[in-house]
Design a protein around this ligand. Structure first.
Ligand code: SF4
Length: 66
């Protein structure tokens, strides 16, 4: 089973909190549009992704089982 990062772009306000925690996964482009660079949750990035989930002020990030 793999786990994927999901962002609800309807909730996201592009404040970049997630990018500040783990820029390898979340990136805001020059138009303030958030991109998920790599959506797979791995043992290496899981802790930081969970931190981003916790700290997102819009609660826009979730982790989904596939
Ligand atoms: S922390 Fe949340 S609201 Fe901010 S850019 Fe990331 S997903 Fe969007």
């Amino acid at each position: 089973m793999t786990r994927k990062v999901e962002v609800d772009f309807g909730l996201c306000e592009s404040n970049g909190v997630c990018m500040g925690i783990i820029p390898e996964v979340f990136e805001l482009d020059e138009n303030d549009y958030l991109h998920v660079l790599s959506d797979e949750v791995t043992p290496e990035n899981e802790q930081q992704i969970r931190e981003a989930v916790r700290q997102c002020p819009r609660q826009a990030i979730s982790i989904r089982d596939e």
